[in-house]
Design a protein around this ligand. Structure first.
Ligand SMILES: C[S@@+](CC[C@H](N)C(=O)[O-])C[C@H]1O[C@@H](n2cnc3c(N)ncnc32)[C@H](O)[C@@H]1O
Length: 267
């Protein structure tokens, strides 16, 4: 793959609340049917190095943001409570939720990519969590579950990779029980003037280089950085969540808006 990549100007070129992510593969415009295949190639390539690269790219901050997500979710410490972690990849969010529930909850990790799930499955076995967790290979846009089934739906750093975000959000709403909650963690719009420059320089210069050195694959990491800059800003994404039917939609920024955590309820 050799995508035509843009530069920091892409930072101001986010899609709005009415969508547009379905045709963007990073800064490149692609056919609507093409995007998912390109995204899948990226995650097949990075799967075995995904966890170590997350630490390097975010200087460990992704752990803080993920812990904050699970704190806000506050999973109950009782049997029978079920979470669906979509685009769950190597299982980071599901493992945290299970530990926070004293291993009482049940988690379903869904991802379109078998390579990412295979890493997650191995980790679950290693952590002694395999009995509490199920791995399902499927598309966030067409969930293979009955309606009104889950108590919570989580998705971390996944939604910007899904071509039709509106479809994924409608599916989230459908599979949640009434009273269920959506939590979505995603890279977002940095709202601090100096930090945004430092962050741009780190993202567009350092991350693809680290990807090249550590994983032998600069292009995949360039896509990941570019896709962050296309994703709707906080208020626009909140509007999309409301359009899917969710109520009491709010968000919290982390690290000056590098990441944002959106919450919504099916009431
Ligand atoms: C950046 S990783 C996030 C993994 C994990 N949630 C985390 O926070 O570490 C994005 C994940 O989204 C998955 N993904 C992309 N498109 C998807 C889709 N349409 N349905 C389900 N998963 C998808 C990818 O396969 C990949 O595992």
């Amino acid at each position: 793959m050799s995508p035509e990549h843009g530069n920091e100007q892409g930072a101001s070129d986010r899609v709005g609340a009415r969508g547009g992510m379905e045709k963007s593969f990073g800064f490149r415009s692609v056919g609507e049917d093409e995007k998912q295949g390109l995204v899948n190639e990226v995650f097949h390539r990075v799967a075995s190095r995904y966890d170590v690269m997350n630490d390097l790219m975010s200087a460990g901050l992704h752990r803080v943001w993920k812990d904050a997500m699970v704190n806000w979710l506050a999973p109950p410490k009782r049997e029978g409570w079920q979470v669906l972690d979509v685009a769950g990849g190597t299982g980071d969010i599901a493992f945290r939720i299970l530990e926070a529930s004293n291993r009482k909850a049940r988690a379903t990790v869904l991802d379109i990519n078998g390579s990412m799930l295979a890493v997650g499955h191995d980790r679950a076995v290693k952590n002694g969590l395999a009995d509490n967790i199920e791995f399902v290979e499927a598309n966030a846009e067409e969930l293979p579950f009955a309606s009104d089934r889950f108590d919570a739906y989580t998705i971390a750093f996944g939604i910007r990779n899904v071509p039709h975000i509106d479809r994924a959000l409608s599916e989230a709403y459908r599979v949640l029980k009434p009273g269920g909650r959506l939590l979505c963690l995603e890279f977002s719009e940095v709202e601090m003037p100096l930090l945004d420059r430092i962050y741009d320089s780190w993202s567009f210069n350092a991350i693809p280089r680290i990807g090249q050195m550590v994983a032998g694959d600069g292009d995949s990491y360039r896509y990941l950085v570019e896709s962050i800059r296309k994703f709707p800003r906080q208020a626009d994404f909140a509007a999309m969540i409301r359009t899917a039917g969710f109520e009491r939609v709010t968000w919290r920024n982390y690290s000056g808006g590098i990441a944002a955590l959106h919450s919504g309820w099916k009431l």
